[in-house]
Design a binder for this molecule. Structure first.
Ligand SMILES: Cc1cc2nc3c(=O)[nH]c(=O)nc-3n(C[C@H](O)[C@H](O)[C@H](O)COP(=O)(O)OP(=O)(O)OC[C@H]3O[C@@H](n4cnc5c(N)ncnc54)[C@H](O)[C@@H]3O)c2cc1C
Length: 330
């Protein structure tokens, strides 16, 4: 298991907010990957500053102009002369949304982002109507902890709805020859399935909502419960709607006896439960039904504040319990 914070790690280059990269991405191409997912390619000279050796499975913050400001595109604000990110979710002219870097080509200075077109949010609507020259501000770097390499376990179990397909597709594409993985992916219907490149020994199970509401179909938790469980040490990554992620987390913890691997993405796994143990999980609520990312960031900030006064001995699990308990009433 690699330590993404050690100084000889390429990820160290992004550990400090001072090394964040910010810019304005302008659309050069757009295509429909499926009827409900649009791949937008933007270009920006600042991408040339990207550290070598990093290029997959990072997320970034996109700054999408609010109504009334559509003619302008906004950069993330400078804080103390750097692109820090504290408080950055609360912007006057733009909403801040998190997306996965689907492809980054530093030489061509191009970035691909796969947007789910879900019809409710500002970023989704931006992606639906984006055309050549449209743009958004972006900030990459402070979420680099999410980019550590995949852990070497007997089997990876990668679970997500369509918002996590970019992260999971990138992970599968990185798998070494023959590495075992199971991907369980929820989409609307067969027309939303994608071809996923990999050299690994991968089983993909597509789960169709078929008209049931995204985030409340119950199909993803059900599919994970019914999965013939792989032998050996497992690392599970789960990213989807918050409440459903919470249900899957409880199953992994209580019934599969995996332990929290910490971090926030496919990658950020600590050593707990490693070789010989049942394994680890990382659960990431990518979106929350009925709540914008801005609202959810505010609620999370409040939770962090509350937890900062928690008694000594409060564990990561306690923190996660509190984090997911907020979704129980949704
Ligand atoms: C690390 C990370 C990586 C992510 N990567 C991607 C990615 O590559 N591609 C991608 O499309 N998304 C990705 N997401 C999810 C994305 O950030 C959210 O879906 C976000 O809410 C979209 O912003 P919005 O402005 O469209 O909607 P918001 O303004 O945030 O929300 C408006 C309304 O839309 C609803 N909503 C939000 N997302 C969905 C959805 N998918 N389906 C149905 N209803 C929804 C909300 O519940 C809310 O009621 C990622 C999230 C995280 C945390």
């Amino acid at each position: 298991v690699s330590d993404s914070t050690s100084s000889d790690s390429p990820f160290a280059a992004l550990d400090s907010a001072a090394n964040n990269i910010a810019g304005i991405g302008r659309v050069v191409r757009a295509e429909f990957v499926t009827p409900r997912m649009r791949r937008i390619t933007v270009t920006c000279d600042e991408l040339a500053a990207w550290p070598p050796g990093l290029g997959w499975n990072l997320s970034f913050r996109g700054y999408f102009s609010k109504p009334g400001f559509y003619d302008e595109v906004f950069l993330p604000p400078l804080e103390n002369g750097t692109y820090g990110d504290t408080g950055a979710f609360h912007q006057e002219h733009a909403v801040v949304r998190i997306y996965t870097i689907r492809r980054l080509d530093v030489e061509a200075r191009e970035l691909d982002v796969d947007f789910v077109l879900h019809e409710h949010g500002l970023a989704s609507k931006w992606a639906e109507s984006a055309e050549e020259g449209s743009g958004f501000g972006f900030l990459i770097g402070t979420l680099a902890m999410m980019a550590a390499p995949l852990p070497e376990v007997d089997c990876l179990v990668l679970v997500g709805d369509e918002t996590a397909i970019p992260a999971i597709a990138n992970s599968l594409a990185e798998l070494p020859e023959g590495r075992r993985a199971i991907a369980v992916l929820e989409v609307e219907d067969a027309g939303e399935e994608q071809r996923l490149e990999t050299r690994g020994d991968v089983t993909v199970q597509w789960v169709h909502r078929e008209g049931l509401p995204a985030g409340r179909s119950g199909k993803l938790p059900e599919a994970v419960r019914s999965l013939p469980w792989p032998k050996g040490c497992v690392h599970a990554f789960v990213a989807a709607e918050a409440k459903e992620v919470g249900q899957i987390r409880l199953f992994l913890r209580n019934e599969r006896t995996l332990v929290s691997g910490g971090g926030g993405s496919v990658a950020g796994v600590g050593g707990a439960g490693g070789a010989g143990g049942p394994g680890t999980y990382v659960t990431s609520p990518y979106w929350r039904l009925g709540s914008t990312t801005t609202d959810e960031a505010r609620s999370m900030q409040q939770l962090m504040q509350d937890m900062s006064n928690a008694p000594a001995g409060t564990s990561m699990d306690d923190f996660e319990d509190a984090r997911f308990a907020r979704f129980d009433d949704d």
